[in-house]
Design a protein around this ligand. Structure first.
Ligand code: FAD
Length: 567
């Protein structure tokens, strides 16, 4: 290490961390260090290969976190993947680039985060993005887009794949038109409903994955004030308090270097946690910021009693179906974003009333599950906002990916976008190297099951609707023997709990909300009770967003960097 003192320490060189590091180091008068547990993956073909989704799973660059047994989710433990590398999870993800529904970001302001709206975030989506404009033939084959929603000047390369192909798309389009779901010209303008093929985080020229390091670090690596320390694990933040009623101040972080030695790196201005939603809360807890109950269990002195650290964990449930086809399926992956009406049709009104009348119970069940750390009243307020998004604003609540399943098979991978179940992530020990205890409470609440079942039925309908019906001979998974045509919800549920997995979108574990409502960070992303610790990563999102996460995380990190510069 060239120096042991920096203006800004960024913990975690992932999606969000590298974005912040890049923007802060634009100012030559400050120096920035990024401390990353993993290594560089610049030349790792499991990362760079545009068609290589999944190759990195289970390798050294995958943290492979595991949940506790999911008592509502088939009593199985689930693997939650996350990238351990410079670039973080952007190095192993599916590269889909889709943002959020506009009113979802507006909801952040509605729950008390002043200044967070679609309108205020939109310029930051653009600041991050560099879209490779698709060719005329790509557009004709389905790569439609609206130029007003995109930028061609940001650091992050976004492009449609070279393999855009309309074979499957035109069948899906015909079928979904019949089912009342329109073609979406562009999902990235704040209105997401419809069928489309979305762009990806791809460097089109070199035709490799565009991860956070390719976008925000490597082209800037020669900056003298931007330092990256790889293979180094941050144990905790060093905190001081000058007077007993003051906020605590971070003076640096304790790290374990690759050779096992432990040291301290000092921060003159701020420590920014960007270790991801399954790790940032744990670093707070190991530093003495969190629930007294958790900290005392491991003999960690309480510096800031902030009970909701690690609570509010929201992930989605992912299930796959498939259809046996008349011939080999080729073509491009297509996405459907569907709303409640698309999924539940005539039953929407009844389900809407049922869910509305259940919000109080959902809130008290959730409060009971988290030991009352989040109060039932506060949860009910949050659930009401989410309910309104689902049933009043009618935003998409399902994402379905259709793609060739290999040979004579059409796959459909899907997830409910807005489940209500919330869980937690907490440290399992005072040893920072031990993995956390993760409990997403998958499928705990009735709505989450209804949603996952409703989407499965929509997929079944799609297989049975022309012109897709010409291709799909029969549904092969689950198939009508396992889940008959007139199956009850209980039969569907039984199949789902045996086959689901994490959707790998954990958010909310250090939620941006008012402190008295159970928030962990302020609207400027400062951890309550501290003067100079911020969190910038997926843990601050108070709710799920409809799109895949990175586009929104890059935008949030871009905005966070402005907050930091301004302060
Ligand atoms: P990360 O990018 O995970 O960064 C955290 C970094 O902190 C990591 O580099 C980690 O190694 C480091 N770190 C952790 N602990 C420590 C420590 N103690 N000391 C030092 N460093 C530490 N999103 C999309 O937009 N599109 C997709 O197609 C998509 N597909 C996905 C597929 C998979 C398999 C997965 C797992 C996720 C997918 N996502 C997708 C989600 C998205 O990639 C993540 O939500 C996002 O990258 C998370 O960014 P982050 O900044 O919160 O954390």
């Amino acid at each position: 290490i060239p120096d042991k003192e920096y203006d800004y320490i960024i913990v975690g060189g992932g999606t969000s961390g590298l974005t912040v590091a890049n923007r802060l180091s634009e100012d030559h008068n400050v120096n920035v260090i990024v401390i990353e547990a993993g290594a560089s993956v610049l030349n790792n073909s499991n990362v760079t290969d545009v068609g290589g989704y999944g190759l990195a799973f289970g390798t050294a660059i995958d943290w492979q976190y595991e949940s506790v047994k999911q008592i509502y989710g088939g009593n199985s433990s689930q693997v939650l993947r996350a990238g351990r590398a410079l670039s973080g999870t952007s190095a192993i993800n599916g590269m889909a680039y889709t943002r959020a529904e506009d009113v979802q970001i507006d909801a952040w302001q509605a729950i008390g985060n002043d200044g967070w709206t679609w309108e205020s975030l939109f310029p930051y989506y653009l600041k991050a993005e560099n879209l490779t404009i698709p060719t005329v033939s790509q557009v004709e084959l389905g790569a439609t887009y609206n130029r007003a929603y995109h930028s061609e000047t940001g650091p992050l390369d976004v492009a449609f794949t070279k393999t855009v192909n309309s074979t499957l798309l035109s069948l899906l389009n015909g079928t979904f038109q019949s089912l009342g779901v329109p073609w979406s010209e562009d999902v990235n303008g704040g209105k997401m409903r419809g069928l489309n093929i979305c762009p990806s985080t791809i460097n089109y020229q070199e035709y490799v994955r565009e991860d956070a390091a390719r976008a925000y670090y490597w082209p800037y690596a020669s900056r003298g004030n931007l330092h990256v320390l790889l293979n180094t694990f941050v144990n905790h933040i060093e905190l001081n308090r000058t007077a007993s009623n003051d906020n605590v101040t971070a003076s640096g972080v304790q790290v374990t270097y690759q050779n096992g030695t432990v040291g301290v790196i000092n921060a003159k201005r701020e420590v920014i946690l960007s270790a991801g939603s399954l790790k940032s809360p744990g670093i707070l807890e190991l530093s003495g910021i969190g629930s007294r109950q958790v900290l005392e269990k491991y003999n960690i002195a309480v510096q800031v009693d902030l009970p909701s650290v690690g609570e509010n964990l929201q992930d989605q449930v992912n299930t796959g179906m498939s259809g046996a086809t008349t011939h080999k399926v080729t073509g491009h992956t297509a996405l459907v974003y569907a709303n409640a009406q698309d999924i539940f049709g005539n039953e929407t009104e009844t389900i809407s009333t049922l869910v509305r009348d259940s919000l109080k119970d959902y809130a008290s069940e959730t409060a009971k599950a988290n030991g009352g750390i989040m109060s039932a009243d506060d949860l009910e307020d949050l659930f009401q906002v989410q309910y309104d998004l689902i049933f009043k604003d009618q935003i998409p609540i399902a994402e379905i990916l259709y793609f060739p399943g290999g040979g004579n098979s059409l796959a459909a991978q899907y997830w409910g976008l807005l489940p209500f179940s919330r869980g937690s992530v907490h440290i399992a020990s005072s040893d920072p190297l031990l993995k956390p205890i993760i409990n997403p409470n998958y499928l705990m609440l009735d709505w989450d099951n209804k949603l996952q079942i409703g989407i499965a039925k929509l997929i079944r309908r799609s297989y049975e609707t022309y012109p897709l019906r010409n291709l799909v001979k029969a549904e092969s998974s689950p198939g009508l023997i396992t889940v008959p045509q007139n199956a009850s919800d209980a039969q569907w549920r039984e199949w789902i709990v045996r086959h689901y997995r994490s959707n790998f979108h954990p958010v909310g574990t250090a939620a941006m909300m008012p402190r008295e409502k159970g928030g962990v960070v302020s609207e400027h992303l400062v951890v309550y009770g501290t003067s100079n610790v911020r969190i910038v990563d997926a843990s601050i999102l108070p709710f799920q967003v409809d799109g895949h996460l990175v586009s929104t995380l890059y935008a949030v990190a871009e905005r966070a960097a402005d907050f930091i510069k301004q302060s």
